[in-house]
Ligand binder design. Structure first.
Ligand code: SF4
Length: 472
């Protein structure tokens, strides 16, 4: 184990004797699955340092608060600044409380400057490249009691793989499900997106390393893995992975993971439409362990907007691809991301977006109002869309897409779906079907962590309701 973790463990043992309880820590995660996965690694470190992880932020007796932040939208950043205001009051009451900020927002220089100037009570700021250094940073801050900022991009021009994330050193929230990182960073530079600047260039993990992790997870009781990458479809495009050709490499990675004994379901995200291969469609169609759900971000339905976004596909190519997938994999749930109000978007452009929505008929969508991100090309585009126009279009998009999502969800009524159960909430169990549909259902026996066949009796827009076929 990291020697800094051992040092912190020693310190926390002494504190435990003084406090009469374990020192407590809270981790708050903002943003995407990548951050959730990073937080699992950080939480494992924190537990090994001798902290008790708690969830209640109103608790005043806390010794460490870590915010793992997101930079994709301004709103996410504002929420973090707002949270820091609340945390400051806790620190005023308890000067021994340590506050750390990490993740994509923390990786940006202007954020680090703001923290230095206006949030001197934050003890540690560390970026996406310094994740594994957290124990050292915390230990140093405890000894020296001076604010530390570590946001160096350690990749250089070539791009290097961040230190391996081994599942052994992970605090998984669900015993049966796990994330596996297959790529880090992104080379696509979509004009609105900050990710390539804060997560670095795309680097693929070697195939053997990924397979080893999948085998270890299976041995540990995991039955469902979700492969993570900013663009999983470009897995294999670098020397690290040792793979043959992009597209083909990801399809064959899925086949290799499907061969791992004990792994029963495989999910992945996110897929860039420009790199989605026919081989991948074949694997989704033919491999029973690969879930029948594909998240395929469209972003806009207008070719002109897509070009300015640097997405490298047209409206027609997106529709053709989506319909090809739906016909090759009957029943597949296709979900998407849509941005409204990208600079220069006209009413006619927006109508193209609605047109694609109507033609493709998504099973779910993350819809966003364009958020200007400092440092991205789109932030300097002059023709920003006025907020009132964007809001109106956003409302219209929801009024078109939500009924479609409801109709697609309703088609599952009467079906029996195999659900992997995540949790019990009141009288209802909650889990996900193969097609990623969220299912709430009743059962007379405890079934958390198990696969249960559920007969669907009712559909809501964003989830299904049912009952276990075999009660007990
Ligand atoms: S593919 Fe585009 S939107 Fe996705 S992370 Fe990369 S740059 Fe951002």
């Amino acid at each position: 184990m990291d020697s800094y973790i051992n040092n912190l463990l020693e310190i926390n043992r002494e504190r435990q004797a003084e406090l009469g309880r374990s020192p407590r820590a809270i981790v708050r995660t903002f943003g995407c699955q990548m951050n959730v996965r990073d937080s699992e690694t950080l939480e494992a470190m924190i537990i090994n340092m001798g902290f008790e992880l708690i969830n209640d932020e109103n608790e005043t007796d806390i010794e460490l608060i870590l915010l793992n932040t997101c930079a994709v939208r301004e709103n996410a950043e504002n929420r973090v600044y707002g949270r820091l205001g609340t945390i400051k009051r806790l620190k005023n009451k308890n000067p021994l409380l340590k506050i750390a900020l990490c993740g994509c927002m923390a990786q940006q220089e202007h954020v680090a400057d703001t923290i230095k100037r206006h949030y001197a009570f934050v003890d540690i700021v560390f970026g996406t490249f310094a994740l594994q250094k957290f124990p050292k940073l915390l230990y140093t801050n405890l000894i020296e009691n001076e604010q530390i900022i570590d946001i160096k991009n350690s990749q250089g021009a070539e791009g290097v793989l961040p230190q391996a994330h081994s599942h052994v050193f992970t605090h998984r929230h669900l015993a049966k499900k796990a994330f596996i990182n297959i790529t880090h960073g992104c080379d696509n530079f979509c004009a609105y997106c900050i990710v390539p600047y804060v997560r670095g260039r795309e680097v693929c993990r070697p195939l053997e390393e990924i397979l080893r992790e999948a085998r270890e997870l299976a041995k540990d009781g995991v039955v469902e893995v979700c492969l993570l990458g900013q663009n999983v479809n470009s897995y294999g495009n670098d020397k690290n992975s040792g793979a043959a050709r992009k597209g083909l490499a990801f399809a064959s990675l899925l086949k290799s993971i499907a061969a791992v004994k004990g792994i029963e379901r495989i999910r992945f995200m996110t897929s860039h439409p420009k790199d989605l291969s026919d081989e991948l469609i074949d694997v989704i169609a033919s491999e029973p362990k690969v879930c029948k759900h594909l998240h395929l971000p469209m972003q806009s339905g207008s070719t002109a907007v897509l070009t300015r976004m640097n997405r490298r596909y047209t409206k027609e190519q997106y529709i053709e691809l989506a319909l090809k997938i739906k016909s090759a994999v009957p029943g597949i749930a296709l979900t998407t991301d849509i941005i409204v109000g990208f600079p220069g978007e006209t009413d006619a452009d927006f109508e193209h977006t609605l047109d694609v929505v109507r033609k493709v008929r998504f099973a779910g969508a993350f819809t966003f109002i364009y958020s200007k991100r400092e440092g991205t090309p789109a932030a300097s585009y002059e023709d920003q869309v006025p907020a009132n126009v964007t809001r109106e279009r956003f409302g219209k998009l929801l009024s078109v897409i939500n009924p479609i999502i409801y109709e697609e969800t309703r088609k599952r009524t009467g079906n029996t779906l195999r659900v992997l159960v995540d949790e019990k909430n009141g009288d209802m169990y909650k889990g996900r079907a193969d097609n990623n549909a969220l299912v709430h259902f009743t059962n007379t026996a405890d079934c958390v962590g198990e696969f249960v066949d559920v007969k669907i009796t009712q559909a809501k827009t964003f989830y299904l309701i049912g009952e276990a076929v075999k009660q007990g």
